[in-house]
Design a protein around this ligand. Structure first.
Ligand SMILES: NC(=O)c1ccc[n+]([C@@H]2O[C@H](COP(=O)([O-])OP(=O)(O)OC[C@H]3O[C@@H](n4cnc5c(N)ncnc54)[C@H](OP(=O)(O)O)[C@@H]3O)[C@@H](O)[C@H]2O)c1
Length: 317
């Protein structure tokens, strides 16, 4: 029987990209293939699911030959870089799409918050993602959209229940060490979506006929970290030991690193803290709900309470 599933190429499927790969695989319409620098590391995970991996150095020629060999129609990037190497690699992805026979849709690696209102935040996105967004806008041969889910709600889950790597120094709630360090007051608005629902939404976008919008927002829920802590404590029937990091402390670090050429780890963390305290990660409600109706009516995005319940399932990940 001929295989008439569309091929979707996924570049850098380290953590978040795995959800997209699995959801593409579960759909009768698509077949994922993975681009990776790696020859061996992590490829077992893909091999065990019959997802082909193609080794690349992310140069235009190398990417182009994979896109043409696989007849991919769409390229989705999860390449995680805070340096200007992000621009070089994404320019190569775009160029390869432009030169390819069939791959005329691109989703770059963005996956954060409200970039319509705060396109230069965090600052390391301003110096990496924003210049590439301008390259996208200056061409019209490849259709593109920047997908933004707010926080990944997976960080509320124990590590064995998610493909995301725990980031206890970045995310306020640490479900593995069982503690919380609230940035600011904890009352600032946030939004979050779990990785599995990001995967489902991306499949819907791949299926969508017609034009994508330049920015696509999704959200499982709008809430605050104080409210999330209450949900966690009630669900697990256990108080979360709490510390706080005030905005003044975060500001000091931002100011100390304001003119840095290289991004120090401390500065990167402070930029992420700023995203919480200033609510930059909360995707805009009106646009998100409009797009939910337009594109994602069947997805059923989960809030935190429902995610915690679902994660009790034995094979949930
Ligand atoms: N909204 C949120 O809460 C949230 C949370 C986490 C991440 N994110 C965003 O989501 C995206 C994916 O995150 P992730 O955690 O899934 O990423 P990840 O697993 O850390 O990395 C994804 C891929 O990036 C590639 N990569 C890393 N360093 C590279 C380098 N120096 N040169 C070339 N490629 C490199 C690797 O691809 P190879 O397979 O080729 O090695 C890796 O598999 C990123 O844009 C990140 O900023 C958002």
């Amino acid at each position: 029987m001929p295989d008439d599933r569309q091929v979707i190429a996924v570049a850098g499927a380290g953590h978040l990209g795995r959800y997209v790969c699995e959801e593409l695989l579960a759909s009768p319409d698509f077949r994922p293939v993975v681009l990776t620098r790696s020859t061996t590391t992590n490829t077992t995970w893909f091999a065990s699911r019959n997802i082909p991996t193609y080794q690349t150095d992310y140069t235009p020629a190398s990417i182009l030959s994979i896109l043409d060999d696989t007849s991919a129609t769409t390229l989705i990037s999860f390449i995680n870089l805070a340096s200007t190497a992000y621009i070089t690699i994404h320019a190569a992805l775009l160029q390869a799409c432009q030169q390819s026979h069939h791959c005329k849709r691109l989703i770059p690696s963005e996956w954060i918050g409200n970039i319509d209102a705060y396109p230069l935040k965090p600052a390391f996105y301003g110096t990496t993602r924003e210049p590439f967004r301008q390259m996208l806008r200056s061409q019209n041969s490849v259709m593109w959209t920047l997908v933004h889910p707010g926080w990944l709600a997976d960080y509320f889950l124990p590590s064995e229940k998610t493909y995301m790597k725990p980031i206890p120094h970045e995310f306020p709630v640490d479900p593995n060490g069982w503690r919380v360090c609230v940035r600011g007051s904890g009352e600032e608005e946030q939004s979050w979506t779990c990785g599995r629902d990001v995967g489902r939404a991306v499949v819907v976008l791949c299926r969508a006929e017609g034009e994508w919008e330049p920015v696509t927002y999704i959200a499982g829920e709008w809430s605050t970290f104080n409210a999330a802590v209450k949900v966690m404590e009630k669900f697990y029937d256990r108080p979360l030991p709490r510390t706080e990091k005030p905005w003044s402390e975060i500001q000091k670090v931002l100011e100390a690193h304001a003119g840095d050429e290289e991004l120090a780890e401390e500065a990167e963390l402070a930029q992420v803290d700023e995203m919480m305290v200033m609510s930059y990660m909360a995707v805009p409600k009106e646009k998100t709900l409009r797009q939910r109706e337009k594109f994602f009516a069947g997805v059923g995005f989960r809030g935190l309470q429902r995610l915690l319940q679902d994660a009790q399932g034995a094979d949930f990940v």
